[in-house]
Design a protein around this ligand. Structure first.
Ligand code: CS2
Ligand code: MG
Length: 412
């Protein structure tokens, strides 16, 4: 089973996606997601110019050896571009191995440890009424766990907060969407941590009063706080029993979490921008987090993320894999196979893709009673329609950025 062809497919149905497609000499194909939101073409070049020539002629069965070869032979290790490229190769090889074995990938990873994966969606609103509408709409779509993001009085625009007006502008198509600025330079947003810290606890109080104590609620602070501000937020949210508080401080400062932990028992999740086990070394060993946020797509693929999660399991730390719309259906499928098989699954983030994306990627997962299941097709269970993909060429797109009132650039 020799790798005969390797194609890098860029398509932009509702947003940009980068997919690696490997074909073996006996005609099997495998897909891997290499989408790095806002920096997509850097991964395309890494794959096309540097990785593809190394893959042709290799034995497609040798997943671990290929991973080690790509990681170590480059000499320049880690980083989001490198690790997204390696992830795509690794995922595509698991897809091929599943097809060769006639089994879904989760069977090759040890089989199912549960019947389905609890998933959370993104509710948001500029006002409490809009937020309540959004929570209700998510419950109607089957969600049994909900991330709550809210507008902050006085701030014009905050990442991840959709208003009813945004949904109307999307012609009533109310699927989850975290817009990257398509065809334009990045959007400037504003931020004020003190106002945010005063406002957020009152929003969670209102949500608990309206929706009761059972509904699992999550919140993402998107790296915006200092350690002491993060400690204060965790403490002030304790009465509302959050499932997790995510990315309270800039994730790369692992030590900051020590201070946060000293002050609060609100569970912490971190890691969507991490790409190797080394980024987690201290926070797992010192038990500074409760959930690992990495995606298969950005953490070296199924093989490497499984190692991170097996390490985390020794400390009772669970998975909470990243699953916004910039993880393609291929990356989501990989997450579902991994999540179904490991013992320490926690929750899966799941934002629905748009209709065009669902036409480009034919998928076999199911969504029942708030739980995902990858399905039982051999491999990952996702196929890419290349004709359909060809209808949507790449669109330059940027994520936004933040400035404080005095003009200082801030984490967004
Ligand atoms: C967010 C992401 O899903 C999340 O938790 O933090 O939407 C993130 O901002 C984007 O994936 C960036 O590409
Ligand atoms: Mg996040």
């Amino acid at each position: 089973m020799i790798i005969d062809r390797a194609e890098v497919i860029v398509t932009s149905p509702d947003r940009n996606f980068v997919t690696l497609k490997l074909t073996t000499d006996d005609g099997l194909t495998g897909l891997g997601d290499a989408t790095l939101n806002g920096r997509e073409l850097a991964v395309v070049s890494y794959l096309k110019d540097h990785v593809v020539p190394l893959l042709l002629g290799r034995d497609a069965h040798r997943i671990e050896d290929t991973w080690q070869f790509l990681y170590r032979s480059a000499y320049w290790r880690r980083g989001p571009v490198t690790m997204a490229a390696i992830a795509a190769v690794d995922t595509a090889l698991w897809d091929i191995k599943g097809k060769a074995a006639g089994m879904p990938v989760y069977q090759l990873l040890g089989g199912a440890s549960r019947t389905g994966l609890l998933a959370y969606g993104h509710a948001s609103g500029k006002t409490t009424e809009e937020l309540f509408d959004s929570i209700r709409s998510h419950q109607e779509q089957g969600y049994r766990a909900i991330r709550v993001q809210t507008g902050v009085p006085g701030l014009k625009s905050i990442y991840g907060i959709a208003s009813n007006a945004t949904f109307e502008a999307m012609q009533g198509v109310r699927y989850d969407h975290e817009p990257a600025q398509r065809g334009a330079l990045p959007n400037e947003e504003d931020w004020d941590s003190r106002v945010y810290l005063r406002h957020v606890p009152s929003v969670f109080e209102a949500v608990r009063n309206e929706f009761g104590p059972e509904l699992p609620l999550l919140h993402d602070a998107h790296h915006r706080l200092t350690p002491i501000q993060a400690a204060k937020l965790g403490k002030s949210l304790e009465p509302y029993d959050l499932f997790w508080l995510e990315d309270v401080t800039p994730a790369e400062n692992q030590e900051a979490l020590r201070l946060v932990r000293q002050h609060t028992a609100t569970p912490l999740a971190i890691g969507e921008i991490f790409n190797t086990v080394w980024d987690y070394q201290q926070i797992i060993r010192e038990q500074l987090i409760d959930y690992v946020r990495s995606a298969v797509t950005h953490t070296g693929g199924i093989s490497h993320l499984k190692k991170v999660l097996d390490y985390a399991a020794q400390y009772q730390i669970k998975s909470g894999m990243h699953g916004p719309t910039d993880i393609s259906p291929v990356g989501m499928a990989a997450a579902m196979h991994l999540g179904l098989s490991i013992h320490n699954f926690g929750i899966q983030e799941y934002m629905k893709h748009g209709a065009k994306t669902d036409q480009v990627f034919q998928q076999s997962f199911t969504w029942t009673d708030g739980r995902l299941h990858p399905g039982d097709q051999p491999g990952l269970g996702v196929e890419l329609d290349t004709d359909e993909a060809g209808r949507y060429p790449y669109v330059q797109a940027y994520l936004p950025y933040n400035r404080l009132a005095d003009g200082t650039v801030h984490d967004w």
